[in-house]
Write a protein of this length. Structure first.
Length: 217
């Protein structure tokens, strides 16, 4: 027995190696034992402290529709089986111009004006006695015919360059009276001119004048 103990004491390196191997084996055994008792962190079951309550939809139902599959492309041609719809446009009401309102159809032609002198005191083709009262009327025509109402005459009687009398008539055709009365305008001899400037409610205009002589009678 004494000889066996002496042999181990003579080889201390072998003793140390054996002790180290025993310790390493003990450590490995402990690690394996812990690995079998606890689950890996990556697969740990959720604890009561988890607060995520958002429902999770399966990935198959969360896929967003793509333009190619569910939505028509911007330049995609319409279905040939459906008739094309014409754009709806609101009718535009035309506002008549001022000229159209003023000049109604039938009163657009130029005026034709004639002066008709009376025959009282007449002594020749274009001659009247001093103090005559012949009177004067007008005949006014446009494309509708002879005008009566809506037609106005500005009368101007001149002896030479002097204006003797100026009167306005509210019509162009005489009713039962004379439109222009000379009164005492022909009491002096001389060359006279009677001018008629005509306007209408339709903005038509026309002018006519007549010249005659007044001589002592």
């Amino acid at each position: 027995m004494s000889s066996g103990r002496g042999s181990l004491a003579d080889h201390p390196v072998i003793v140390i190696i054996g002790v180290v191997a025993a310790v390493v084996g003990l450590i490995v055994g402990v690690k394996e034992l812990k690995g079998t008792d606890s689950a890996p962190p990556s697969v740990a079951a959720p604890t009561a402290t988890d607060t995520d309550t958002t429902p999770h939809t399966p990935a198959a139902t969360q896929a967003a529709p793509t333009q190619e599959e569910d939505m028509p492309a911007p330049d995609e041609e319409p279905n040939a089986s459906e008739p094309a719809r014409a754009p709806v446009t609101q009718p535009v009401e035309e506002v008549p111009s001022r000229a159209a309102v003023v000049q109604s159809p039938g009163h657009t032609a130029p005026l034709v004006v004639r002066i008709k002198l009376g025959s009282s005191g007449k002594t020749g083709p274009d001659t009247y006695r001093v103090g005559s009262r012949p009177g004067a009327n007008t005949e006014v025509y446009d494309d509708t015919g002879r005008l009566d109402r809506g037609c106005y005459v500005q009368w101007t009687l001149s002896r030479g360059s002097e204006v003797v009398r100026r009167v306005t008539s509210g019509r162009c055709r005489p009713p039962s009276i004379t439109l222009f009365n000379f009164e005492d305008s022909l009491d002096e001899p001389g060359s006279y001119t009677l001018k008629a400037d005509v306007t209408t409610d339709w903005r038509q205009t026309g002018t006519e004048s007549v010249t005659f002589n007044v001589v002592p009678g």
